[in-house]
Design a protein around this ligand. Structure first.
Ligand code: ADP
Ligand code: MG
Length: 336
């Protein structure tokens, strides 16, 4: 397990007319790894997947799979299986028909194909849906059908383009756990795309953060969260986002710096060094999010306990965790 499917992207560029979708992207995905590409809409995530799948060609750069340049290999001969956000099931085929389709194309014997399709369906908990048509299934079930179909290709690489995006929250949560378990069992290299930062934190062995066609940072999710390489990454990973405050304001520091602190690293404390007024209290059940404002107008978001007692209009004091203050260069946005 895990010795196949290493991917290497070298200086990939792709433009559509005047839109630069990818601007010199280098990325290495290790064999057997789950790599999550995360970034706002339009940052180039789907373009990267399409290039790996061979559904689109780069303007420049190379794509290597297991050390082989696959640029000239047509999509159907690349050992990749892509799951799209909209699932792309055949509406006129039953669920079983959808699962068998790829196997028939590859001339797998009828009884063998049937056996494999049923086993994949069982594995994804859709074994009782085989005779239905896609429009007789729910979004979550369709998502599993698409995954089962991808499973049947037995690829060396899975490419998952926002596979959970159209599911409602509880189902997304459950399916996220299933995807993780599936990846752990199969050990197949997976590149997974999402714009959801919680998904990026939980699903990848590593994340690559994209912004306007450029990779800003690559690393294990917790490491990227703890040490964001620049202000873009700092603001993108984490919800609510990190507070970013000019140097010389409430967090101290000098001019020319931007200081950052996450909402969970500010604590309500009568002896705290920062006095703020509470504007809004969002009681979320498991926690409270306080939107506050310092005397100089600096806004600070605070993650507090569920029954923290703070009320709008009240003045409170905050204690920043000094070990968790981030420093960024105000000019370049880079971490210092
Ligand atoms: N076929 C296309 N024609 C024109 N523009 C495209 C095409 N595909 C992508 N783009 C543009 O390239 C940029 C990156 O797109 P995409 O990779 O789909 O972003 P993401 O998946 O991160 O939302 C966007 O600005 C998008 O509008
Ligand atoms: Mg996309």
């Amino acid at each position: 397990m895990g010795e196949h499917g290493a991917i290497r992207l070298e200086s990939l560029t792709r433009s559509y007319g005047r839109v630069v979708a990818l601007d010199d992207v280098d990325l290495e995905v290790r064999a057997g790894e789950m790599m999550t590409l995360v970034g706002p809409s339009g940052s180039g995530k789907s373009t990267i997947l399409r290039l790996i799948a061979g559904l689109d060609r780069p303007d420049g750069g190379r794509i290597l799979v297991d050390g082989q340049d696959v640029s000239q290999v047509p999509p159907h001969r690349r050992a990749v299986a892509m799951v799209f956000q909209d699932f792309a099931l055949y509406p006129h085929l039953t669920v079983l028909g959808n699962l068998l389709f790829g196997l028939r194309v590859r001339r797998v014997r009828r009884d063998e194909a049937d056996r494999r399709a049923r086993s994949a369906a069982e594995r994804l908990g859709i074994g009782d849906l085989l005779d239905r048509y896609p429009d007789q299934t729910s979004g979550g079930q369709r998502q599993r059908i698409a995954l089962a179909r991808a499973l049947l290709r037995e690829p060396t690489v899975y490419l998952l383009d926002e596979p959970l995006a159209s599911l409602d929250a509880p189902l997304r949560f459950a399916t996220r756990a299933d995807l993780l378990a599936l990846h752990r069992d199969l050990g197949t290299t997976t590149v997974h795309v999402t714009h959801d930062q919680a998904e990026a934190m939980t699903l990848g062995d590593r994340v690559a953060v994209l912004d306007r066609g450029r990779i800003r940072q690559v690393g294990p999710p917790q490491q990227v969260y703890d040490e964001p390489a620049d202000m873009f990454v700092a603001g993108f990973l984490g919800s609510p986002p990190m507070n970013l405050v000019p140097g010389g304001a409430v967090l101290g520091g000098s001019r020319g710096l931007i200081l950052g602190i996450r909402p969970e690293d500010l604590t309500l404390d009568v002896d705290g060094s920062i006095e703020v007024t509470v504007d809004v209290v969002e009681a979320l059940g498991s926690e409270s999010i306080l939107l506050t404002r310092g005397a100089d107008g600096t806004r600070l978001t605070v993650r507090a306990g569920p029954r923290c007692g703070a009320r709008p209009g009240e003045t409170v004091r905050l204690r920043p965790n000094p070990d968790r203050v981030h420093h960024f260069d105000a000019e370049t946005g880079r971490r210092r």
